[in-house]
Ligand binder design. Structure first.
Ligand SMILES: NC(=O)c1ccc[n+]([C@@H]2O[C@H](COP(=O)([O-])OP(=O)(O)OC[C@H]3O[C@@H](n4cnc5c(N)ncnc54)[C@H](O)[C@@H]3O)[C@@H](O)[C@H]2O)c1
Length: 368
């Protein structure tokens, strides 16, 4: 493939950040958009210089001049839309979370394999430059053997133009029975993806306490897990601080990561927001030297641009793009294992999760 001719399916709240990387790529042509909200789609088409707008997915998928699609629809529609796209012979990039349940995700991956098309889940965090830097430092042995991962997510309030411009329709499906659970499903999948990707290690056991918070937040939450090898553990905290202003160009949230090894520390001091006036990546090495990587691009949007460019580059190179369907299914298993561990107050092996798990206060949910 010399160039990638892309169709974008869904032009809601997060579409602009994702589409930017496709529009900027010199070997990608965004040829069509699809969204039932025709006037909103036409406005985006004009803004992005895209010639065609469809309101029916089947019409976009019938177009022979589209090689691949980026699925940016609500998560509860991913299964239906991915199955339709792969049946039409399109390569697929699907936003996280891959699906509302493990069994749906397995069905999607099997269908993509049977159709012989490329399938990946677009996960911006594994393309976020500070986290890429941290992963490279770990792989280079900068902290010796990793022994502990700590991840913190805090949600507060902000007044960024991005947050103020959110269309409220994008929240409705996240807050009701079209989702299996709340914030730990919708957002924490990013962190579970990071937890697996940083070390290429499977998680074999999870323990957690998940509390019901306001809106769809499940906070405070504390979870920890055991990796395949005994000398590596991971832990995660999620807090909601509605009275706290968060400096951010995007959502009112931020994340911090600490990776301890036998010979040092790595800190990634931001992700979505920019709360801390610190270099984005800091290394404390074996000899006591602190190295600050202040020149790493720490713009949260860069993870989206990187994820989109990576999909195009991989299609052109004929290689499998990140995240693979298998990795995305492991992410879902870890996500639901956290709910299961909290619900049962027992350690849970993510491999035992075959469908979805909701917290007890969530409206009754059944996957398709
Ligand atoms: N990577 C990230 O950090 C990130 C952030 C936010 C959202 N997301 C993911 O992106 C996806 C979309 O989220 P959002 O916040 O943009 O949601 P949204 O509700 O704002 O946008 C979804 C869009 O899909 C459209 N749509 C609905 N049915 C459709 C159909 N049949 N065909 C075509 N379009 C259809 C809607 O009209 C809407 O414009 C979700 O899976 C979400 O989890 C990822």
């Amino acid at each position: 493939m010399e160039r990638v001719r892309l169709g974008v399916v869904g032009i809601g709240n997060i579409a602009s950040l994702n589409v930017a990387g496709y529009l900027a790529h010199d070997r990608c042509d965004v040829v069509a958009l699809c969204d039932p909200r025709e006037s909103a789609a036409k406005a985006k088409a004009e803004e992005w210089g895209v010639e065609r707008v469809y309101t029916e997915l089947d019409d976009l998928l019938a177009a022979d001049d589209i090689d691949a699609v980026e699925i940016l629809t609500p998560t509860y529609l991913h299964r239906e839309h991915v199955l339709a796209a792969v049946a039409a012979g399109k390569h697929v990039s699907c936003q996280k979370p891959m699906a509302n349940s493990v069994d749906e995700a397995e069905e999607m991956l099997a269908a993509a394999r049977a159709a012989g098309v490329v399938f990946r889940v677009s996960e911006c965090d594994v393309h976020y430059p500070p986290l890429l830097k941290a992963r490279q430092l770990i792989a280079d042995g900068a902290i010796g053997t990793p022994t502990m991962l700590r991840m913190k997510t805090v949600v507060g309030r902000t007044d960024s133009s991005f947050q103020m411009g959110m269309d409220p329709h994008g929240y409705i499906w996240r807050f009701n029975d079209r989702s299996p659970a709340g914030h730990l499903f919708d957002d924490m999948v990013h962190k579970y993806a990071v937890a697996q990707w940083l070390f290429d290690e499977e998680v074999r056991s999870v323990q957690a306490v998940v509390r019901q918070g306001e809106l769809f937040f499940e906070a405070p939450t504390a979870a920890f897990w055991e990796y395949g090898r005994d000398d590596l553990l991971g832990m995660m905290e999620v807090t909601y601080a509605p009275g706290m202003y968060i400096r951010s160009d995007y959502y009112g949230a931020d994340e911090f990561f600490e990776i301890q090894g036998t010979e040092g520390f790595i800190w990634v001091t931001r992700c979505t927001g920019k709360m801390l006036d610190m270099p984005a990546v800091v290394l404390y090495g074996a000899d006591g030297t602190t190295t600050s990587f202040a020149n790493v691009d720490a713009d949260w949007a860069s993870g989206f641009r990187g994820a989109s460019a990576h999909f195009v580059d991989s299609l052109i190179a004929g290689t499998q793009p990140d995240m693979t369907g298998e990795q995305a299914i492991d992410v879902l298993r870890l996500c639901f294992a956290v709910y299961e561990a909290s619900n049962t107050r027992r350690a849970v092996d993510p491999a035992t999760i075959t469908s979805s798990v909701s917290p007890p206060w969530w409206p009754p949910f059944s996957s398709t």
